[in-house]
Ligand binder design. Sequence first.
Ligand code: ADP
Ligand code: MG
Length: 823
Amino acid sequence: MQLKFNVTGMTCAACSARVEKVATQIPGVEKAEVNLLAGTMSVNANERTVIPQILAAIEKAGYGATVMGDTPVNRAPADNSLPEMKRRIIYSAIFLVVLMYFTMGHMIHLPMPGWYHGDENALVAVLVQLFLTLPVLYWNRAYYRKGIRSLLHRSPNMDSLIAVGSGAAFVYGVVALFRMAYAMGNNQMDVVVYYSQNLYFESAAMILTLVTLGKYLETRAKKKTGDAISRLMDLNPKTATVRRNDINIELPIEQVVVGDTVIIRAGGRIPVDGTILSGRATVDQSALTGESIPVEKSVGDSIAAGTTNLEGYLEMCADRVGEDTTLFQIIRMVEEAGGSKAPIARLADKIAGIFVPVVMTIAAITFFVWLFSEQSLEFALNMAISVLVISCPCALGLATPVAIMVGTGRAAGMGVLFRNAEALENLHKIDTVVLDKTGTLTKGQPEVTDVIPAAVTETELLMIAASLEEKSEHPFATAIINKAISLPKKKVSDFQVLPGRGVRGIIDGTEYLGGNRRLMEEIGISVPDFHQLTEKGKTPLYFASRQAYLGAIAAADVLKTDSVSAVQAMHRLNLDVIMLTGDNAATGGAIGDIAGISNIISDVLPGDKAGVISDLQKLGHRVLMVGDGINDAPALATADVSMAIGNGTDIAVESADVVLMNNSLCGVAQAVELSKATIRNIKQNLFWAFFYNSLGIPIAAGILYPGLGIALSPMIGAAAMSMSSVFVVTNALRLRWFRTKTRLKASQKAEIIKEKRTMTTVINVEGMMCPHCKARVESVCKEVPGATDAVVNLQAKTVTVTGDVDLNTVKKAILDAGYEIVE
Ligand code: ADP
Ligand code: MG
């Protein structure tokens, strides 16, 4: 089997050879091959179990390694450096406190042992300090090892600054010790006293301890930035109950295959994506959609891994398992977006890249300037060390990525999935939102409201229309087909979709066309314009042969319940809202009125939608396009940011930068708000990092010393440095508690859910003769559990039951009432 790893920290051919060697030495590994430029390694091994060993071996060799292109669950356990760091901090701190007692205690008159006290014991005192410092240096030796190695590789990093800074303090102390020892023997007591008061052993130890403390706090906080992903991963149960050969068995989740019958009891989590075979349940989908109100599900409904069965018993068929489930697609998306680079990070990255050499140069200049301005060697050294340890490229480098990571994770929690960091950044600059009408603002499930025949009877018109539309997937086509469900269909040849206009086809040798006014004009048929329909937001669809106008069928689509408040929220954010539609101006205008949108661009052919977007861009607008992703792909691709409405269990909307998981437009304003909050956070972080460094470095260099007598000790520098990156990470973590101002009222929420539940069942019934039969059938159907309404159409011999009902129960009720059912 082939395993792939990302390996970091390799700089040359010697590195790649070393990594290959440590990997091949592990039992079970047949071959290991490093691609130095790509920073990857592929390994041939017999078992996956070698992964942790390979990771550990590479780590031990001094490089970083992660498994690549693997399912998140199987990924190696997170690094466990935290407990080790904590131990190091505690040990170091104990020695540091004792050291501080000896070096600083006399200033606040703490009692000192006799052998430590006085000039005659100066050498003893220094030796005590040296031996208290050495263990701290030893425990934290990693800084020296890594810092000096990267210095030698000419890519100095923060470790190099610390290594040079604290190393200089220590070396200076050792040199001073020799000078004192020499002075002792040569009776130069003044020299001995001078050095005993000018030592920095405690600086060396303190710098290391404080930096480790800072790193510890930073790592702990950084772990939290990935919380959103680990929470998502925890959603997938480890095992599933599956029925095979009529036996229920509990299997590890990896062994469930497509087609398996999976059983979920009340309270259980759904392990795979699939369709409900039997049972009904209340399902909490909040983890995937951010929508906290549970949804009812029953036979035939699709159900997604990671959602919870609150009550009820379900048997489902596994349609997608493992990495193919929606949950995993979401995890991968959040992970990729969280790890991707935002354009705003570029400058900071550039600066961070040259930061360390620049700081080293400044430290060197500081040293020489003070030395030549007749200060003591100790003072000059002290200032140079302060410069080295106060400056922090970490804060700069962390500022953007941590905020992006937390921001995208938080967004996922609200049901807003970002594909990349660039979209998260660009969204805050948007000034115009273009909304597709059908399926985005409206439910996209129009219904026929009026049938207005002209040259033929109503039934004939419906029959021709439905036959023509049968091959079209347009929502209007579906409306007409539903309306004419009980009518026989004619055979259509030469069928053709005329995008944005309608359809055409040949029935019994005659060519028929159906579609909008534009289409009728093209074939020279004049049609009425049905003002009274269009101003109510209904769309007239005209049908004609080449010779004659046959009649019109009007269909109306209704707004999604929360579209109005979603548009209001967009206006509150000062966004221009534009509705884009292929429908006619009058219908578009009427729907716009209800939705609260005054800018309407109507009669747009599907191919021209992208052109409209680029025209807006040419006028200087930054455009967000929101569509249902089906026929809007070119427009979505043209916009500065594109957003697609998903339906909660399917995120296969490839062309969009952002996917709204809960089928509500409210996510638009939420996403924009979150983008603004994230960018604000990044700017705070960057400001802090720049401000901190541009103030800290000059002060450490002693710029305030000539005027005010302020000189920083290296210890304060080290503490400030550690705190600056802790500050940045902590600030980014605040985004976890980001709350949008766009909130739905509880009643509106309830309606959305109800809407999802409303379903209709149409049954053909034989034997209904009169209004009495109609009433009887309607009443028995209404009594079926879950039914909200039942309507009989005597002509069509159908009953349409509204509500979440079990088909067999309805059929039984009708049969019991003495009527026949036709399949
Ligand atoms: P939208 O922007 O609302 O998605 P389309 O571009 O899909 O609109 O369609 C534009 C217009 O073309 C519709 O309003 C309708 O009048 C007409 N049309 C499109 N497809 C059909 C069809 N299958 N049957 C009848 N009319 C159609
Ligand atoms: Mg459309």
